[in-house]
Design a protein around this ligand. Sequence first.
Ligand code: MRU
Length: 341
Amino acid sequence: MIKSSVAPVFWDDERSRLQLVDQLALPDNYVLLTMESVNDIAHAIKAMIVRGAPAIGITAAFGVYYAAREAWKSHDKAALIRNAKDLLAQTRPTAVNLFWALDRMMACVEKHISDATPDAILCEAKQILKEDYDMNLAMAEHGADAIGNVKNILTHCNAGALATAGLGTALGVIRAIDARLKDNGESLHVWVDETRPYLQGARLTSWELMQDGVDCTLITDNMAAHFMKQGLVDAVIVGADRIARNGDFANKIGTYGLAVLAAYHRIPFYVAAPSSTFDANMATGDDIVIEERAPSEVVVINGKRIAPDGVKARHPAFDVTPHQLVTGIITPDGVLRFSDK
Ligand code: MRU
């Protein structure tokens, strides 16, 4: 059985509180933050204390429970919970898992609005957490079957345990391939893109893989083509924040460029995503809203400005990869193929 030693979101039953790993403090410090209110939870998502599409959705689900328990004795509890849901929905626009989780939680609120306690709402949030883990487990096995026992995989951003309930989507598949190779006395090697400008690869993915003894090498994003040309990348696997009906998908900025590079070098390019990442309302990737973050995140690294003061900069946090560049989308139910690549 594959497993990960880290997870980003914990429900503490004794204290009835949500705890989040502060992903801004990693890799140097492992800090658990206790959420006291819906405002704390909304802030944690917006400030990227918790990040990664499935983890954002799970966290927001517990946010709806916080709102419900605060509002439960009030006359206008439905309105109060709706306000909290709106606050949570305004945190980050691209990952559809956020809106999926909020809709599912609001349906649960509606069904149980007359209950004596909001316990059913807590159960639903816990269920979302559990289902996400189970989907990662299923994807890991399907992905390992589809990709086979390759020796070198490249990944971008962090689609790992830290971005989900545990294991990860792309990193779940990577863990499964590594486990199968290790059964034969071999092991997988992972190229980790640093993922400028927010450095999720450098800060989070390399840390997470090292915690679990998966061999990895950190590279800057602009080195991928070089290693592909040398024949040192057998497959690329990434996560997704939103997948349209035609298979176009949004993921961390830089994913589209990687897919183009993989196609040029005839390297299989896989996406791994749970059912909560599929947006049935979106026909193609053209309509996906791309979060535009502060330009300062490009200009300043670790508190140090690396470009002229006052320089113009842009920071689209995601890009959209057309389905024609995708070999397969790994889901909990198997692998979808949208193109003949
Ligand atoms: O801005 P982030 O760190 O939330 O972006 C995360 C990603 O782009 C991940 O690849 C995506 O959410 C998939 S996580 C399983």
